[in-house]
Write a protein that binds this ligand. Sequence first.
Ligand code: ADP
Ligand code: ASP
Ligand code: MG
Length: 416
Amino acid sequence: MARIVMKFGGTSMAGIERIRAVAARIGRERARGHEIAVVVSAMAGETDRLVGFCREASSLYDPREYDVVVSSGEQVTSGLLAIALQAAGVPARSWLGWQLPIRTSSAHASARIGGIDMAALDRALAGGEVAVIPGFQGVSEDGSVTTLGRGGSDTSAVAVAAAMRAERCDIYTDVDGVYTTDPRIVPRARKLSRVTYEEMLELASVGAKVLQTRSVGLAMKERVRVRVLSSFEDGDDGEPWESRGTLIVGEEEVDSMERQLITGIAHDKNEAKITLTSVPDRPGSVAAIFAPLAAAEINVDMIVQNVAHSAGSTDVTFTVPAADLPRSLDVLGTARGAIGYDKLVHDTRVAKISVVGVGMRSHAGVASTMFTTLGERGINIQAITTSEIKVSVLIEEDYTELAVRVLHTAYGLDAE
Ligand code: ADP
Ligand code: ASP
Ligand code: MG
């Protein structure tokens, strides 16, 4: 007998038929004698729809009320799954975020989990009941409903697994594992049997949305064994759990023989580029740009400061999340006097392409392969950032798919 967490994403919960199939899968795991907590997403498309309502109601909506609205999708699916489980003869009940409770910070729309009270959950599991927990939601200290940021049900699942000391956290989704790149863009992408926490963290943070970045960080910190699997494969065909999907593990568990130079490639179209022209080339200029952005809690990602013109000024280019572009322009407009730039130019038709791999630490030439490959295809690079295990470039959005495909081939990642 083991304690396990099973998380089902939006596509797996989209409609009663699929919810019944999920209930059947949970019933099979329970029949093996496991204690099971299930974390569910809203039906596919539902959260987008709810976000749309908030925007329609007011462009400057109150984040507290936004959370009340958008958390409701998961309330619906958790109740429906509990009903489907009961109908299949499996004792089950739902536990909303405020009922357990799942305690979070009060940062609405991107709250962080502080802790999960286990008392009620322990009793339910010990009594043989399946606990169905809506993902994405929690409750702040003042009793307000909060949400964890888009894709946050993954983080709920890992947090529940850590609190329960679960043996494993199975993330059921609409692909059968983590691939070398998004298999919907590159059909020749290869499934990875194991990925290290570090690599998955980088891949997720640069756009591989198969797992929410925070969920990977939490799994790494709490050493939760996370497996990404398909909810559409039967799974009862005798294939052992150990060989299905992709396991996210510590670096020591990845055989050095199977380690590749590059693990994967990700893309992100949700960034916007801002350029300030003719910024005075003197100490404090850069601080005058980024301090007010930081004060407005806007995350700046890539930064390029060009060589000074002879006139003693320089252009500064950087990226921010596209959703924060209007606020960024507002902040920079207000700070124009203090910064002293000439023009403020922006562009949302950009994409960030990143290659990730721990093998980079010990091998030179990864970045130059990237630049050469893109150059040969006539793809211009507008900005670059690197970390120890990642190289990212900013390019024109229209070239996203082409860039990912040619890089996938250039690094030898294509499946046979
Ligand atoms: P869920 O609703 O189950 O949480 P998501 O849509 O959030 O599912 O995540 C699954 C999707 O992630 C896949 O359909 C796939 O298009 C995308 N994806 C992006 N990069 C990768 C990758 N490297 N490997 C697998 N899937 C990826
Ligand atoms: N339903 C939420 C979203 O679409 C959370 C999740 O599915 O992980 O972002
Ligand atoms: Mg997701």
